[in-house]
Design a protein around this ligand. Structure first.
Ligand SMILES: Cc1ncc(COP(=O)(O)O)c(C=O)c1O
Length: 434
């Protein structure tokens, strides 16, 4: 066969539908080797599967087992002294992941902290950045947001004795469309004007896989005099971001999806420098938010540490931070720009193969514009998408079903292969057209 270009330089017109093409890409892409750094799941009978649900729960980096074992050994061997002794003292353990996380989201290190879970961090940020006053009370979000975001927002409104039906404004996709128009956000923000206190949206929509223009939404919110924050559960480790330069006020993410740190692992939070250094900003407090030099003096007065660290409540969960550290080591070795190039090629190839192998019976609702999406394609399958997802699962292709008619498939650049994308499309074609 004629040599194919390196996967990172591929565009739609370079793709070919034969399996040999996919195998050639796998053999020649230097990032293919990262797959071996993961333990990949198997089905009930011990057979390998094609794992396309890294957008939901990433697989386990091999390094995670070793790092967790090391911390168990530290616990067993040093117990309380592990806080200050050994190679990675627990007192500052969360700081090990600060810089790698900051690189992924385009932040200054002091703007980022690993703490709690995603929904907990959303609550902490709502307490600090939704400060309703006078006419300026409303929160703008997207319709069909991940339910936890809606619950968090509405509960803050109710806690203050206010009515979510009045205070929460939702932007919807246009009739007949699955994805949002950014102009609909910016116009709604402008319309709300001085009624608007906060904009809080998902940077990458979990259902459609659409990436929103976070810079434009932030700028519109600021023009209206409102704060702007993002839920980055599906964006972090998936698409490059520049939260500091975009002037976002805050952002929160979990680390068990593209960050592969394990279910319920420690989450992340970004607070822009201009707020992170403002020690007067109201916040919910706990002893871990104190300056680490002062913390153990057990003073009655809370003086927040400068930076995002000042929002910490509680001492860091060592056993769930260790897998994140193992995973972030892989991101640092591969680098996000290189992973993004491979991701664009993998997802572009998935779209190409779906068109080739599944000419009818499904449509992709994720934006076709590669800048407007990450690794995930959301495939609409009218009829019985749930049964199709089950049939795929039975054939060893793990993707997921979302009501009412969508199958989400995410080839993740750290561990998925082009050959898997090829085989997935062929299997879906077989099920739908066979
Ligand atoms: C977009 C989004 N927001 C919030 C959550 C809730 O996350 P957690 O359970 O980690 O708080 C999820 C979980 O999948 C999510 O996808």
């Amino acid at each position: 066969m004629t040599a194919a270009p390196a996967s990172s330089a591929l565009s739609f017109r370079d793709f070919r539908p034969d399996e040999a093409f996919a195998r050639h890409l796998d053999e020649t892409d230097p990032l293919s080797g990262f797959r071996d750094r993961f333990e990949l799941p198997r089905d009930e009978r011990g057979r390998p599967v094609t794992y396309l649900v890294g957008n939901s729960l990433g697989p386990m980096p091999r390094g995670a087992r070793e790092l967790v074992m090391r911390e168990l050994d530290a616990w067993g061997g040093m117990a309380s002294e592990a806080r200050f002794r050994g190679e990675r003292p627990w007192y500052r353990y969360h700081e090990l992941v600060r810089e790698p996380l900051a690189r992924l989201v385009g932040a200054h290190p002091a703007e980022v902290v690993a703490m709690n879970g995603l929904t907990v961090n959303l609550h902490l940020m709502l307490a600090s950045f939704w400060r309703p006053q006078g006419r300026r009370t409303r929160i703008l979000m997207e319709a069909g947001a991940f339910p936890s975001d809606t619950y968090a927002i509405e509960s803050h409104v109710r806690v203050r004795g206010m009515d979510p039906a009045v205070e929460v404004i939702k932007v919807s996709p246009r009739p007949g469309q699955a994805c949002f128009e950014v102009a609909d956000f910016t116009q709604a923000i402008e319309r709300e004007g001085d009624r608007l206190a906060l904009v809080l949206v998902g940077g990458l929509n979990y259902f459609t896989g659409q990436v929103l223009d976070m810079q434009a939404i932030t700028a519109a919110a600021h023009r209206a005099g409102a704060m702007c924050g993002f839920d980055l559960a599906h964006a972090v480790g998936n698409v490059p971001m520049q939260l500091h330069d975009w002037q976002c006020d805050f952002a929160c993410w979990c680390s068990y999806k593209y960050l592969n740190a394990g279910s319920g692992s420690v989450a992340g939070c970004f607070v822009h420098q201009r707020h992170a250094e403002d020690l007067e900003r109201p916040r919910f407090a706990g002893w871990w938010g104190n300056d680490p030099q002062e913390r153990l003096r057990m003073l009655d007065t809370f003086v927040p540490a400068s930076g995002a660290d000042g929002w910490q409540l509680t001492n860091p969960p060592i056993l769930s931070t260790a897998p994140l550290k193992a995973s972030l080591d892989l991101f640092d070795q591969a680098t996000l720009p290189a992973l993004r190039r491979r991701s664009l090629a993998l997802t572009g190839y998935l779209e190409f193969m779906l068109r080739h192998a599944v000419p009818s019976g499904c449509s992709v609702i994720t934006p076709a514009d590669t800048g407007g999406r990450g690794a995930q394609l959301s495939i609409r399958i009218p009829g019985n998408a749930r049964a199709v997802a089950k049939a795929l699962h039975d054939r060893g292709f793990w993707c997921d079903f979302r009501e009412p008619d969508v199958v989400r498939a995410s080839p993740a650049p750290l561990f998925n292969r082009f050959a898997e994308v090829h085989a997935f499309a062929a299997a879906l074609g077989g099920i739908l057209n066979g």
